[in-house]
Design a protein around this ligand. Sequence first.
Ligand code: NAD
Length: 491
Amino acid sequence: MPSFSLDLREPVALFVDGHATPAVAGRHFVNLHPATGLPVNEVALGEDDDVDRAVRAAKRAFKGPWGSWPLARRLLALEAVARGIEANAEAFIAAEVSDTGRPRHMAASFDVPRAVDNFRTFTRLAAHLPAESFLTDTPEGGAVSYSLRVPLGVIGLICPWNLPLALLTWKLAPALAAGNTVVVKPSEESPSSATLLGRIIQEAGIPDGVYNVVHGFGDTGASLVRHPEVAAISFTGESGTGQSIMAAAAPGLKKLSFELGGKNPALIFADADLEQAIATTARSVFLHAGQICLCNERIYVERPVFERVVEGIRAAARALKPGDPFRAETTLSPLISASHRDKVFSYFNRTRREGATVVTGGGIAELDEPWRGGFFVEPTVWTGVPAESRARTDEIFGPVCLIEPFDAEEQALAAANDSQYGLSATVWTSNAARANRLARQLDVGTVWINTWLIRDLRMPFGGTKRSGLGREGGVHSFEFFTELRSIISRF
Ligand code: NAD
């Protein structure tokens, strides 16, 4: 696999039927660097005609070469994609840093290796998928009944901006390993990796039309959802967008998988290893400026250690360094856009006005040129957030948390479950019985005990309530990306 050079000033094209291509109408939008606020390049704006072109190419590939490849050949090609991402790590790192402003070391240590793992894990799992078979008694003598996993056809993958390559490949690898073809709608904020991946996929020998990318805004995503030849949508993004997608998919009764927002709690008991609990909880609030769906925004602390935890998280917040993503010391990402910064900043102001105590932060981060124009805000910690405040209920998706004391386990559990969301929760305690009791009672998709963010790609992943619909990960991804057919054959 050759390594490609990536000129970030070049326009970002669509990728349709095996080729980087401009949009049919020739329109563009501008891609900004979140760490400077300056334009980086233009992105081809896909509209209905582009979506249609991409879906038809995907359908042809599904009915044609890709659909007829034996499993082993398909999986070998996907293994070559993993090697291609490794060989082009620097280009992907550059794309991720430019689109999201995240520190380079994060892209190098997480995003690119995770993309490779996604391809390797789902390729291996696809080779060992079980299906059932039964001997069925009949009056005439019998039959054998067995099930066959078949791909769905053309899948729409609609992705967010926070972890562009990692979350795209998390869906893409199992979708392709299962034999589907795809049309991807990356976030308008983070288009580059998806188009670059098209070159790797071509180089890996995967047939034209298996992987297609159409850039654009919500309208482009909606056009993909409505397209009659799209069999299913796997979506990661905001809960409200999930509602719109569900409504748009209803007439076609399309299969849906949703990974949505969160307002995740961490529960810290006095018997926890406090040094670890404080350091990891601070990381869980501020990593990527809180722009990871699994970040914690609500911290509940047993009263005897409340002051110590507040002080520890405050100190961690103040130690974070925004700025140049290519400096090793930089530890704070910018927010993704000016409008997202405005949203987060509006919570800073409103929550202060409501009477919360601002332990640290609450402002726009002051930086020198060229980072002054970046979308950085100060890491922020509140205590005493009033009961009716929206800072308790809404996903803010910024480097911010509220911290609150509790006196009893049941009180902490009730506070943690008092949310419209149910993505994840974290419990810090040295009492194993308590940890496992809470893990059963917390109404969320994932519970971490004395750790945070360890993810085994073979495990089910998803949320309850407004945090999601269905599960992806491991065999569960294949349950979504395939259909089971029952076959009954008489002796
Ligand atoms: P978003 O919902 O604004 O956008 C996600 C994608 O949907 C983008 O590609 C966007 O263009 C597209 N879109 C917007 N409107 C659409 C419509 N009507 N029809 C079809 N597509 C449409 O989300 P975002 O701001 O990009 O991402 C942040 C959100 O994602 C947060 O809520 C975060 O919690 C969530 N998230 C969840 C997970 C998870 O695994 N649960 C992971 C990452 C992010």
